[in-house]
Design a protein around this ligand. Sequence first.
Ligand code: HEM
Ligand code: HEM
Length: 181
Amino acid sequence: MASIANGHVVDVVKYNSVARMLHWIIAILIIGNIAGGLLHDPLEDIVSLMPTHKAIGITVLVLSIVRVIWRFSTSHPPLPASVTAFQRVASKIVQFVLYLLMFIMPLSGWVMTSAGTYPLTWFGLFSIPKFDVTKSDPIYGISHEAHELLGWVMLALVIGHVAAALYHHFVMKDAVLKQMA
Ligand code: HEM
Ligand code: HEM
């Protein structure tokens, strides 16, 4: 597919279809889970969001494992030449931390939930095993703190990431968003 960049017509080399599919499915699940995590307290009397939050989070973990394996075993397109050195470094850092959080958020949630008494199931279909953790173990406190704090960090990074994608598309008018679309 062709695109206009700085007045020149260039071919858009897309991420492969599996990479794109995984990016968008995981993105939707994560945005839903950040919202669900933050809203579960205020909405507690109306709806119980936590069982779904936990099942979505475990799904993100599994899909992220597939995604990282796929990322390292297939090629991905280079950024358009018009992208500046600063933008390249910034996007590398943000994307790397997003990848890290795709693992740390589900794992910390899983560890802290393991210390609780509520059942842990995948959408009620089958039960997910719990780690051997109690609320007096330091790992429980660390996971709980990390989950709450890093949830906000992830929200901030996702906002920055989306803002950058929209900036490329609407202001720089380059192919960055089209490569992932
Ligand atoms: C994509 C993965 C996940 C994201 C982005 C995410 C995000 C969040 C956020 C933003 C909160 C609100 C924190 C706050 O109150 O400030 C939260 C709370 C919570 N999450 Fe997750 N979460 C994920 C996965 C999981 C998983 C896999 C579990 C458990 C199996 C889990 C269990 C919980 C619990 C129990 C709370 C409530 C903590 C409390 O109110 O004390 N989360 N999550
Ligand atoms: C929770 C939400 C999201 C997460 C965790 C996320 C994460 C990521 C990660 C890790 C990459 C790097 C892919 C790779 O090179 O392997 C990426 C690329 C990309 N994402 Fe997202 N993303 C999210 C949402 C979005 C949204 C909503 C948009 C668009 C509005 C978007 C646009 C893009 C684009 C254009 C790229 C390619 C950037 C490049 O080639 O450097 N993402 N995303």
